[in-house]
Write a protein that binds this ligand. Structure first.
Ligand SMILES: NC(=O)c1ccc[n+]([C@@H]2O[C@H](COP(=O)([O-])OP(=O)(O)OC[C@H]3O[C@@H](n4cnc5c(N)ncnc54)[C@H](O)[C@@H]3O)[C@@H](O)[C@H]2O)c1
Length: 307
């Protein structure tokens, strides 16, 4: 199958490419390298350095069967500071992708949404897909709007889609920016023997999902899950303090963290009910946190040695 991955030079997108390539798919990437790195894109991929706003001629030329849309502004802070920029990428950019898809015979779009932001303050835990959406940030609002556009394009234009609402994804190659990058921020600080900063008291509990599990689900929805929404998390909550302790043990870092202010809008507790993906798509039990963190730390340690 030919798959066009937007944001393929980024953290999650680059892992998707590896998974798709291993399964024998042909991959085209569109990424403007605003955050991603060219070296993240493996050999054998057709790479376009382009803004998703300009994707139409690329889709016309390449004629992919599926577009997996991961290009986005993924920073809540950027969205708060500059909501117009966030909307330009996450809404107008998405519309450019959807219009190009319908004009040029794409069968399906897979959409990376955000389980950590579209629901807003949890009313029940774990959060199921049916939980109301009341996002607290412009980023959460644009991700939610994107979901509604997908529904419109499915019902009115016949473009199939699957929405994946991710928890906090972590793993190798994650850049230490953005709120979801806490694992990579802590790991890189500890490896450099610098004290990581924990915002708030560290007792906030979040859902951390390993990037390999995210890739697994993205593989499954190529041929299943049309018209569906799936939470993509670990189904459990881990405190930031516990995450810190795990990483410090793996890296053998003995320093103490520095505690800072609570980030505006930060949630006390959030974790996702992922039973639907397991029941409908056969998505397996998530990778244990200890395994995912060990692999991630190993990768960052090798990077630090090479630098
Ligand atoms: N990382 C997480 O924990 C997480 C959680 C929920 C949702 N998501 C979503 O998953 C997707 C990928 O996230 P990530 O963590 O890999 O982020 P990332 O920043 O590593 O990757 C995003 C990629 O998109 C590219 N990009 C940005 N704007 C672009 C534009 N206008 N045109 C073309 N390319 C553009 C960037 O250069 C980058 O390579 C995003 O849609 C994000 O909102 C991520």
């Amino acid at each position: 199958m030919k798959i066009l991955v937007t944001g393929g030079a980024g953290f999650i997108g680059s892992h998707l490419i590896e998974g798709y390539q291993a399964a024998g798919h042909v991959i085209v990437v569109v990424d403007d390298l605003s955050c991603g790195l060219r070296q993240n894109v493996p050999a054998g991929v057709t790479f376009y350095e382009a803004d998703i706003a300009d994707i139409a001629p690329i889709v016309a030329r390449e004629r992919p069967e599926v577009i997996n849309h991961h290009a986005a502004n993924m920073s809540v802070k950027v969205s708060v500071d500059d909501p117009q920029l966030d909307a330009r990428i996450n809404v107008q950019g998405l519309l450019a992708v959807l219009l190009a898809a319908t004009q040029h015979g794409v069968r399906k779009v897979v959409y990376a949404s955000s389980g950590g932001t579209v629901y807003g303050m949890p009313q029940t835990l774990p959060i199921a897909e049916s939980h109301p959406m009341m996002p607290l940030s412009p980023y959460g609002i644009t991700k939610m709007a994107g979901e509604h556009y997908l529904r419109f394009f499915a019902t009115e234009r016949g473009l199939a889609s699957t929405i994946l609402r991710y928890g906090n994804v972590y793993g190798p190659r994650q850049l230490p920016h953005g709120e979801a990058g806490v694992v990579s921020i802590f790991a890189q600080k500890m490896l450099a023997n610098e004290a990581p900063r924990i915002d708030w008291d560290g007792e906030q509990r979040k859902d951390y999902v390993y990037v390999k599990d995210v890739v697994d689900l993205n593989m499954r929805v190529l041929t299943a899950g049309d018209g569906e929404i799936y939470n993509v998390g670990s189904g459990t909550a881990t405190t930031v303090n516990d995450l810190y302790r795990h990483l410090a043990e793996l890296i053998q870092y003995t320093g103490k963290p520095v505690y800072g202010e609570r980030r505006p809008g930060d949630l006390r507790e959030f974790y996702l009910d992922c039973a639907k993906a397991t029941a409908e798509l056969g998505w397996p039990t998530p990778t244990p946190l200890a395994t995912g963190l060990a692999e991630t730390c190993g990768w960052f340690a090798r990077q630090a040695k090479q630098a």
